[in-house]
Design a protein around this ligand. Structure first.
Ligand SMILES: [Zn+2]
Length: 838
């Protein structure tokens, strides 16, 4: 399928204006296909030629004005349209295929009760799998949808329901102008909860088999939704512009959620069926706020082309986090941002595939999908936070409001936004934008100190550096904090001048002061930069960290320790020592969770098997201590238990918990925890297919099926590995989720010998496997199935040979380039640690 290019979109955008879409879908057919008819009214330069896009199973009819066109004219996904009049009507009817990959109209049969559910996902250019369209973000038009469905079903869409003239017939009112990638609907025997707030009708949808779990949390979800709406209405002059606000929790969704105006779709893993930590509840709240932010940023004002994708995602990430922290009970959302989200952003920005937050030009829609990464979301959001620190909050919001007023229901570019922000703040932002938005890669802010004979700081400075390949320093407004045991934190702000001699900014405030405690750069986390402590401060971390009251400061210190270990500047074993010393005192759930998961990645990839065993033993010990001290039934207890399950090799303890023996008081061994226990037992060779089959029989949910698939792939057994690899590389009958779960279970550090032969198989099989799948699933599979634990030069040589081929999909190429770079860094770190130990 040719992907629409920027040049083509610009040309078509100049030629036509779309006035309306009238869409009629018939969902009463078989399990394979549905019927789609669309009538598009559009104006054009008379005599001009252009094309519409559609990806049908079978094209049934095309009528342009008073002419029937031959369906055979369809060239791949493009329908040529010639001899246009000033005012045109195009009608296209087709048989369309359902998907099992979360794209177009996804069809799902719930294993719990056999019920069928459908939902539509148009992003990024998949509206073409639902109806024919001019599929580019700046050809916005009202959409009027009608659906014929089985009579017992419920249907919802972007627009308000206008009429139900007959059983199974659903007719919706015209929407406000929508970009084509926002069109959605859900259809099936959905469970519904309704509410209302400030004149805005609210609804929640989920599968019937999840109804009890949604009902248990409906109040929390509605409360978050209402508080976020109120906060956005305080921040923005324009009220929520799309009438009703529905949120549908849908099965096997690829992303966290999608910001369809009037009907947000969210992955139904957010309907919790087992005990979860408060971090998971916070993530659900942040996702709700993120999608709501899109209603203004993305939906009301849409990017002109995909190169301004960051305008959507960076703003939604920034405002989603901010509004969650300001308006909901999850007041520590910025700590989660610092700990979890920024780790994703820093990793993406240091990879070979790094790109500017705002790339000058994204050639086509397929290329745009590759930019959905930690840069477009997290770095962009972090840069916006830095912008707010730089120009002030009031001018920032005034600029945004001017931007909305000017471009409402239209499209805009980065230049348009900068113009509004410059006007509101009175600041010239061109140089700032050039350094922050147009240049890739991350700066490092390193503290340098020297102490005089009286124990006072003779020198204290922040030194800003940049990687050799991207030598750009930036203006940073940062906080610097001094943390000493038994003393209140001392915090001050300082501006780092990109033109400063050797990137060095002296902290005059500290010179001559008693050199006590630990100095933390980027305190408050206002900027996007790697940080490094001065040696004395680094030495003080194990002592200071456990007593530090501010969770954000602790998150930054943990982040520094993790990053230094990732870069091989400090051995992973010293990170493990820090975990042993400080984790048992941790009270913030997100910090405990992410220290465990991020360090585990290093332990599994940077350490040889013997050192790894020793490290896991120490981590399991720290988890056990944390568990023993955690309040019964709370999030910290659950986080500690999960950490212990993942790290321990004590199969008697694991099997005991699974049998309900010696379970810590308050810890619920529910469906999800049972699967975690079983998964670990399977990896350790202490449970097999009979146990998996028994667990799956007891848990017939969709989640149960995914967990079972992951467990089966993790079995330390040659036949199980063969079957799993077959699924990963060639099965398209299973849904996106089941394939991904299989890929997720395949590689285990404990099974290096058993899976050694599959290292080579990855590089041999993946090019064809990637072509077999649609981009999103192909990308997930390429990532999860990569032999990430085979940290060795021969793996890199296989990667190099693969990358020398010219027949790779762009998605696979990008993924292998990055994952190979992870191997490179791991190898360097291993060498450095070996040298330090020798
Ligand atoms: Zn988003």
């Amino acid at each position: 399928m040719p992907s629409l290019s920027r040049v083509e979109a610009t040309a078509r955008g100049a030629l036509i204006t779309v006035e309306s879409y009238q869409v009629d879908l018939d969902l009463t057919g078989d399990a394979e296909r549905f019927r789609s008819t669309v009538t598009i009214r559009f104006r054009a330069t008379p005599g001009a030629e252009t094309f519409a896009e559609v990806k049908p199973h079978r094209l049934l009819g095309v009528r342009l004005n008073d002419r029937d066109l031959d369906p055979a004219l369809l060239d791949d996904n493009r329908l040529p349209l010639t001899g246009l009049a000033a005012s045109n009507t195009l009608t296209v009817s087709a048989e369309m295929a359902y998907s099992n990959t979360g794209e177009g109209v996804h069809r799902f049969v719930d294993p719990a009760d056999g019920e069928t559910y459908l939902y539509a996902m148009s992003f990024l250019d998949d509206v073409q799998r639902i109806f024919a369209a001019f599929d580019q973000p700046d050809l916005k038009a009202p959409v009027t949808l009608a659906v014929t469905a089985p009579p017992e079903w419920t249907v919802a869409a972007n627009g308000q329901l206008a009429d139900r003239p007959a059983p199974g017939r659903w007719e919706f009112a015209p929407t406000a102008p929508l970009a084509t990638y926002f069109v959605t609907l859900i259809a099936g025997p959905w469970h519904v909860r309704k509410d209302e707030h400030d004149g805005i009708p609210l609804a929640l949808y989920c599968r019937k088999s999840l109804a009890a779990h949604l009902d248990a949390d409906a109040e929390e979800i509605f409360t978050v939704t209402k508080k976020c709406l109120d906060r956005f209405h305080q921040l923005f002059a324009e009220r929520y512009p799309f009438g009703k606000y529905d949120q549908a929790f849908v099965p096997e969704f690829n992303a966290g959620a999608m910001e369809n105006p009037g009907l947000v779709t969210l992955r139904d893993d957010y309907v919790f069926r087992s005990a979860v930590t408060d971090t998971q509840r916070e993530l659900r709240a942040t996702t709700i706020a993120h999608e709501m932010a899109h209603m203004w940023f993305g939906d009301l004002v849409t990017m002109r082309w995909w190169d301004d994708l960051w305008l959507n995602e960076s703003f939604a990430e920034y405002l989603g986090t901010r509004v969650t922290a300001e308006a909901t009970r999850f007041t520590q959302a910025w700590t989660t941002f610092a700990m979890r989200r920024k780790a994703w952003g820093y990793a993406a920005d240091q990879r070979p595939s790094t790109h500017p937050v705002a790339p000058e030009e994204v050639a086509d829609a397929a290329q745009a999908l590759l930019n959905f990464d930690g840069i477009s979301y997290v770095k962009g959001a972090s840069v916006l936070r830095q912008l707010v620190a730089w120009v002030g909050d009031e001018p920032f919001l005034a600029g945004l409001n001017a931007h909305f007023a000017k471009h409402r229901f239209g499209n805009a570019t980065l230049a348009d936004l900068l113009e509004s922000l410059s006007a509101a703040s009175g600041r010239e932002l061109a140089d700032w934008a050039e350094r922050w938005l147009r240049r890739p890669q991350v700066n490092t802010l390193r503290m340098e100190t020297a102490v005089d004979a009286d124990g006072r700081w003779a020198e204290a400075a922040v030194v800003q550096t940049a990687p050799e390949a991207y030598p750009v320093l930036r203006p940073h407004r940062i906080g610097v904090a001094r943390h000493a045991p038994d003393a209140p934190a001392h915090l001050f702000e300082v501006d780092l001048d990109p033109a400063a001699d050797r990137g060095r900014t002296v902290l005059a405030e500290l010179i001559g002061q008693p050199a006590i405690g630990l100095l933390l750069p980027n305190a408050g986390d206002l900027t996007f930069a790697k940080i490094r402590l001065d040696p004395a401060s680094a030495d003080a971390v194990p002592m200071v960290l456990p007593g530090l009251a501010d969770p954000l400061a602790r998150a930054l210190l943990w982040g520094e320790a993790l990053d230094a270990a990732t870069d091989g500047e400090r051995p992973v074993t010293s990170l493990v020592s820090l975990i042993a010393a400080a984790l048992p005192a941790e009270t913030e759930v997100i910090i405990a969770e992410d220290v465990l998961s991020l360090s585990r990645n290093l332990v599994d990839r940077y350490l040889d098997p013997l050192s790894r065993d020793a490290a896991l033993l120490r981590i399991a010990g720290a988890c056990a201590t944390l568990l023993a001290g955690a309040p019964a039934g709370g999030s910290l207890q659950l986080a500690a238990a999960r950490g212990l399950i993942e790290a321990t090799t004590d199969t008697r303890l694991l099997a005991g918990w699974l049998a309900g023996e010696d379970v810590p008081e308050g810890l619920a061994v529910d469906a999800d925890l049972r699967w975690a226990l079983l998964h670990r037992l399977v990896v350790l060779g202490a449970a097999g297919e009979p146990e998996i089959a028994a667990e799956a029989a007891a848990d017939r949910s969709a989640t149960g099926a995914e967990r079972a698939a992951s467990c089966r792939a993790a079995l330390p057994d040659a036949e199980a590995k063969r079957a799993a690899w077959e699924i990963v590389t060639s099965n398209t009958d299973l849904s996106n989720r089941l394939v991904e779960a299989t890929a997720e279970g395949f590689w285990q550090p404990e099974q290096a010998e058993l899976t050694a032969g599959y290292v080579e198989r990855y590089f041999a099989d993946m090019p064809a496997a990637a072509r077999l799948r649609t981009p999103w699933t192909a990308d997930r599979v390429a990532t999860l199935a990569f032999p990430r634990y085979a940290v060795a030069q021969p793996t890199r040589e296989l990667a190099a040979a693969l990358l020398a081929r010219d027949d790779l999909t762009p998605g696979l190429r990008r993924r292998v380039v990055d994952l190979d770079d992870d191997l490179r860094r791991a190898l360097i770190a291993r060498t450095a640690v070996a040298a330090a130990g020798a």
